[in-house]
Write a protein of this length. Structure first.
Length: 255
């Protein structure tokens, strides 16, 4: 499905002095997906920090001026199952949803939903549409625990993700906030997230896993760095430059 929201250069003025998007012009977008764990263990300070981070994210990216209209976001929450809370939309129109924590942690459902959204949302580059095709999207995952899916289902979901769409993302950034998890649980969770991000390869984009288990105040810093990276990505994409190096540099500040 092709989105048609234009950037602010093509906003048209209504009679009441408000603005609306001209939907007749296809723009080149910088899309990003947020996968947020809203299982029961996220209740309390962690979910509050995530919501604060999302509010800060919109404000920070908005500081890019007119170029921020290239930034499009979709938010997927996952607990017992995954659901698209915010379909792909211009960051200016993004409203932080009221997320609540409950249930288990189905990463399998999250990855499947992400794959479905990618196929529906993203306009890939071809030889005939290079001026309108989307830039490669950015993936941001936030979770606080080991998935509760069966090991066989999780293994298949990770393998499908790696072989089908992982390398189609310009960057894969994961944040783990395990809190009171044991060393074994933390190691397992980090290993799983590393399978999502992959390792960094030049030209393929950063694959980064951040552990903020020791200090939940780092959650705010994580979202701040993500926001700054996306804002930089929007600006450099508008200038025709690569996004990889700036994302890698900004995310190193969280550790």
């Amino acid at each position: 499905m092709e989105a048609t929201l234009s950037n602010s250069a093509f906003l048209k003025e209504k009679g009441d002095d408000s603005m609306e998007f001209d939907t007749n012009i296809r723009m080149k977008r910088v899309p990003f997906y947020l996968l947020v764990d809203t299982s029961g263990s996220m209740d309390g300070d962690k979910i509050k920090a995530v919501l604060a981070g999302l509010r800060s994210m919109k404000e920070t990216i908005g500081q890019a001026g007119e170029t921020c209209d290239k930034a499009f976001v979709s938010l997927i929450e996952f607990n017992d199952e995954a659901q698209v809370v915010v379909p792909m939309i211009c960051i200016r129109q993004f409203q932080v949803p009221n997320l609540t924590a409950d249930g288990c942690t189905s990463l399998v459902s999250a990855l499947k939903t992400l794959a479905d959204c990618y196929q529906r949302d993203i306009v890939p580059r071809t030889t005939s549409n290079q001026a309108e095709a989307d830039y490669r999207p950015i993936l941001v995952v936030f979770t606080d625990g080991v998935p509760t899916d069966t090991k066989s289902a999780l293994k298949k979901a990770l393998a499908d993700f790696q072989s089908n769409i992982r390398d189609k993302f310009a960057a894969r950034i994961c944040c783990y906030a395990g809190g009171d998890a044991s060393d074994a649980e933390r190691a397992e969770a980090m290993a799983i997230l590393t399978q999502i991000t992959g390792s960094y390869k030049k030209g393929d984009g950063p694959g980064i896993v951040i552990d903020v288990s020791d200090d939940y105040t780092k959650i705010a810093k994580f979202f701040k760095c993500v926001s700054q990276s996306i804002r930089s990505s929007v600006t450099t994409a508008a200038e025709g430059k690569t996004m990889d190096s700036q994302l890698q540099k900004d995310m190193q500040e969280v550790a």
